[in-house]
Write a new protein. Structure first.
Length: 242
């Protein structure tokens, strides 16, 4: 099973978008040497993850892995520098032979229901994309209550049935388009001047990262994948992404 699948070019397409930035690779984070995660291969798992720094961005984490040649997981997160109230970009991809599950969003780092200017500047500007992909086969709400509580009003999630040619690339399109829009935000982003705002952003960023870490380690990288990874590799992946 999985041997004849023409997997989607998730990692390649996400990197294409990011290559417009002046990226510098992060090789150590929170006491972890990240270089072993750049490329790895065990009997059951094969993949690679990298972290980068760029202007106005604390960390970009991107990578993918294949498990037993049956499931293709892809991830991309962008955590803005702490001096900016930019949303966090989150892309999660799980591709099988007959179905692709995914979530892509720009998660707000302030209360966007109250902050109208923030909502218009970031979220409503992405709404045309949300509307564009609302008719993609398999569109559905995010299943996790914890994740859904952090999502913006324009998040896109789906369980896309792969029952005809072209649906793998169609499912990938929201990820690259949301990422393209997010990178455009960087050009006009300005630093936070208000201490109250700074505290709110710091708190919200911490909550988002903590929930995403738990989801990654507890649900996405299940016990069977964890057992197949080499020592500390899962911790390095978490350090790269979150």
């Amino acid at each position: 099973m999985g041997e004849g699948i023409k997997w989607s070019p998730y990692l390649e397409k996400m990197r294409e978008q990011m290559d417009q930035l002046k990226l510098s690779e992060i090789k150590e984070w929170s006491g972890y040497d990240l270089t072993p995660a750049r490329e790895f291969k065990t009997a059951q798992v094969q993949g690679g993850f990298k972290a980068f720094h760029a202007e106005k961005i604390e960390k970009i984490g991107v990578g993918s892995f294949y498990f037993n040649k049956e499931i293709h997981h892809g991830f991309c997160t962008i955590i803005p520098d702490e001096d900016y109230d930019l949303p966090m970009f989150v892309s999660q991809w799980e591709e099988g032979e007959k179905e692709i599950r995914f979530l892509v969003d720009i998660m707000p780092t302030v209360d966007s229901l109250i902050d109208e200017e923030y909502r218009k500047r970031y979220l409503e500007s992405v709404q045309p994309l949300w509307e564009k992909y609302a008719s993609l086969p398999g569109i559905c709400p995010e299943e996790s209550d914890a994740i859904r509580s952090l999502c913006s009003i324009v998040y896109t999630a789906a369980k896309v049935p792969i029952d005809k040619e072209g649906l793998r690339l169609a499912a990938l399109a929201p990820h690259t388009e949301y990422l393209k829009s997010y990178l455009n935000f960087l050009q006009e982003a300005y630093s936070i001047k208000d201490d109250t705002r700074r505290k709110e952003v710091k708190r919200k960023r911490g909550v988002i990262r903590d929930v995403l870490r738990k989801r990654f380690s507890g649900e996405i990288v299940c016990d069977s994948v964890s057992e197949a990874l080499e020592s500390n590799l899962q911790e390095q992946m978490v350090a790269i992404l979150f």
